[in-house]
Ligand binder design. Structure first.
Ligand SMILES: [Zn+2]
Length: 281
């Protein structure tokens, strides 16, 4: 699943390739990806629109046109391919035809990806609307402080791993990076958030920033079918410390694997302290 660093990599690549281009037409081959407007409106509103910029909030790509904004969430397997006049694969669901003959194709083997279209070009206004209003603060946001996190978790009874995966509180950490952050923070993934100290949370925020910065610098992590684009593969998988590893790089003990929040979770029982164990996954 593409996580924040992979989405940021996709954003950077697409921005260099398609900003400035004008959409001539849109072909919808699988309409359920479009969530908030009809297929007809999606096509009509995008026609003749010039792409001004591509932003991102959490794992949403924000395509800013002259008069409209399109959001795209890649979910499990979504990706964008640039092609021209080649036969369609059965996984290419939305095709954006630019006036210069280039086609941007949205490819998604699982069809879980989503797109939204808004009749405004104001990125600030978009932040207040569904779905972006449900996206929590990113680790890079100055507003993400130990106080903010504490205020959001005081009544929760859940594991720190599930909290880190909850995109409505902190956005951008997925399964791989959550494991890495907890390892660097020396915190057991099943620890109940209720008993975390402000110092624990401060360390978690700092390590979230460190892990995501490094992952973005290396173009994300290439796992299974995910590739940022045809040409670029992430290299952060070469720097993973605990996720999918056999031995702890610090103490050499065998890495444990459990399921938490339905996700395979890797950690070192020796290095990551069991502050508390919650029964709530
Ligand atoms: Zn260890």
């Amino acid at each position: 699943m593409p996580e924040l660093p992979e989405v940021e990599t996709v954003r950077t690549i697409l921005k260099s390739q398609i900003v400035g281009k004008t959409i001539k037409d849109v072909l919808i081959r699988y309409g359920k990806i479009i969530k908030n407007v009809t297929e007809q409106n999606f096509v009509t509103l995008l026609r003749n629109e010039r792409l001004i910029d591509i932003g991102r909030k959490g794992k949403y790509l924000i395509f800013i046109f002259e008069n409209v904004i399109m959001l795209s969430h890649l979910r499990m397997e979504g990706k964008y391919l640039l092609k021209s006049a080649e036969p369609y694969s059965k996984h290419e669901h939305i095709v954006f035809f630019f006036s210069d003959g280039i086609e941007l194709r949205y490819h998604d083997t699982r069809k879980f990806g989503t797109m939204y279209l808004f009749e405004t070009a104001d990125p600030v206004r978009i932040m207040q609307l569904t779905p972006l209003n449900r996206v929590g603060l990113e680790p890079f946001d100055e507003l993400l402080t130990p106080e903010y996190v504490t205020s959001r978790i005081s009544k929760l009874n859940r594991s720190i791993k599930s909290l880190l995966l909850d995109q409505t509180i902190i956005s951008g950490l997925g399964n791989i990076y959550a494991d890495e952050v907890l390892f660097l923070s020396k915190i057991h993934p099943a620890t109940n958030v209720k008993i975390l100290s402000k110092e624990n949370i401060k360390v978690l925020i700092e390590n979230s920033r460190a892990v995501l910065s490094k992952a973005i610098a290396y173009g994300g992590t290439t796992v299974r079918s995910f590739k940022a684009s045809d040409e670029v593969s992430g290299r952060f998988q070469n720097f993973l410390l605990v996720h999918t590893k056999d031995k702890c790089p610090v103490c050499n003990q065998v890495i444990s694997k459990i399921r938490l929040s339905g996700r395979g979770t890797y950690f070192c029982e020796n290095c990551q302290k069991r502050l508390d164990i919650t029964n709530t996954p």
